[in-house]
Design a protein around this ligand. Structure first.
Ligand SMILES: [Cu+2]
Length: 461
């Protein structure tokens, strides 16, 4: 009964999804997906998670709804690493899409250092912007339109001059379709990243005019927030809101060389010690991991192991953000296997398939990952033609990565990046833009494991 009621309530809430917008769900480090939701602060409410921030004075402007709450994991990234933020129309990718094509506007990436990822506040002072893009007049494209053509992937390189330590990286989209009516729509989220750098872990000195508080970095009257995208004669160039871009200067110890040439990596690189994804898990879903249950050879041991497994399954579903709970279901199958063995009286050498890593069922990453947008910008500043990023796939680890996908690594396709509709604005024959305007079914993210508790109850009979 309770399950049915919960399902009905879930469906009712989903009606609100009809005007779904977009959400940052997945972080890639040097082209390696960290797993859906892993190290990502996102709204926990599946019915509103893709909505714009509720007002530019809201604390949610910092890292989105629930953005003040840290997630369990912080992903390590080498100095100068390439970060890619994946945006989805559907948080759990149940249906394709990035953002509705009406949503034209700029993008930006901000950063803030936190001494303590768990206790530091996302909202407040200490933010600066290190890249932005508004309207590309040459290509006739808004930044969000380029994002659609890049399958929702926005890549930037971490400025080489960032000191080691805990950082929040905050991609920001601004949709202007209603801006002229006083309704600019901000979409933000944050990635928890530990930058591993040889630079001394000192606080970065940001010029006063580039350091901002969020909320507070934009005002309702800013020309970039009231811009009319429909007029025949728009006032170009588009004025991207927020502070001027600040790129921290690279220090003499040159973390750039540490990032691009492992042979020169100094031994004094500061590594992450806490908050990373533990190595000994069997499967990961967002910021939850399942760890192997105790070995057993008796009936009591079998049931104890089953109970441990189900408790972990519950924790997985409880912790799953709107990006999905696919790997909770994978874990649940393991529990069912133990449970079945107990019921069949098979207690030898338990649990079945002990220590075997389970295969992630999260959606595959897009085939092509775009080049870092801030590099494209730098290139346009005079360094010549953008080069393929061949060096990345060979030498850079990208942190732990999503170990569940190690068996079938995501295709980095470094040789294909040249074909992408890159941020310098070519891209006539980019991927097909899919726009979902009608929502027909409930996203899986809201489903819990129907009957999982009932099933657990069975074994006590
Ligand atoms: Cu919208």
């Amino acid at each position: 009964m309770r399950h049915k009621l919960a399902l009905l309530l879930g469906l009712a809430r989903l009606a609100a999804l009809a005007d779904a917008h977009t959400i940052f769900t997945t972080l890639y480090i040097n082209d390696v997906s960290q797993g859906d939701g892993t190290c990502v602060r996102m709204s926990r409410d599946p019915s509103t998670c893709t909505s714009p921030v509720d007002g530019i004075r809201s604390k949610d402007m910092a890292c989105g709804a629930n953005g003040q709450e840290p997630v369990a994991f912080t992903c390590p990234a080498p100095a100068g690493a390439k970060l890619t933020f994946q945006w989805r129309l559907w948080a759990n990718a149940q249906q394709p899409g990035v953002i509705d094509e009406s949503h034209k506007g700029p993008c930006a990436v901000y950063a803030k250092q936190l001494d303590d990822m768990k206790r530091g506040s996302a909202a407040g002072t200490g933010w600066f912007k290190f890249w932005d893009e508004g309207y590309d007049e040459e290509a006739g494209l808004w930044c969000t339109e380029k994002l659609m053509r890049a399958d929702g992937l926005l890549s930037v390189r971490i400025p080489a001059g960032l000191p080691a330590g805990n950082w929040l990286f905050r991609p920001e989209l601004l949709a202007l379709q209603n801006a002229h009516e006083g309704d600019p729509q901000f979409y933000v989220g944050c990635a928890q990243v530990f930058v591993e750098s040889a630079d001394a872990p000192l606080a970065l000195s940001v010029p006063a005019d580039r350091s901002v508080s969020i909320p507070g970095h934009v005002s309702a009257g800013d020309p970039g927030l009231t811009f009319n995208i429909y007029t025949d004669d728009p006032k170009l160039p588009y004025p991207v809101p927020g502070p001027a871009v600040f790129v921290p200067p690279s220090s003499s110890s040159s973390s750039v060389s540490a990032a691009t040439d492992n042979k020169k990596a100094p031994s004094s690189v500061m590594r992450q010690r806490i908050g990373g994804v533990p190595a000994d898990y069997l499967i990961k879903n967002a910021n939850w991991i399942g760890v192997e249950v105790a070995a057993y050879s008796t009936e009591a041991g079998c049931w104890a192991a089953a109970e441990d497994c189900w408790v972990q399954a519950d924790a997985c579903y409880d912790a799953a953000p709107p990006s999905g709970n696919r790997n909770c279901r994978v874990w649940e199958r393991k529990c069912r296997g133990i449970n079945d063995a107990c019921e069949a009286g098979d207690f030898r050498d338990g649990p079945p398939a002990r220590g075997l890593r389970l295969v992630s069922e999260e959606p595959q990453p897009p085939a092509r990952i775009p080049a870092a947008a801030n590099e494209v910008q730098d290139e346009r500043g005079g360094k010549g033609k953008e080069e393929h990023e061949d060096e990345e796939s060979s030498s850079q680890g990208g942190g732990d990565g999503d170990r569940t996908s190690e068996a079938a690594p995501p295709p980095p396709c470094p040789t294909e990046t040249g074909d992408l509709p890159d941020w310098a604005g070519v891209g006539g024959d980019g991927p097909v833009i899919i726009t979902v305007t009608e929502i027909v079914t409930a996203p899986a993210a809201t489903q819990t494991s129907n009957g999982r508790r009932a099933r657990r109850g069975l074994r006590f009979r």
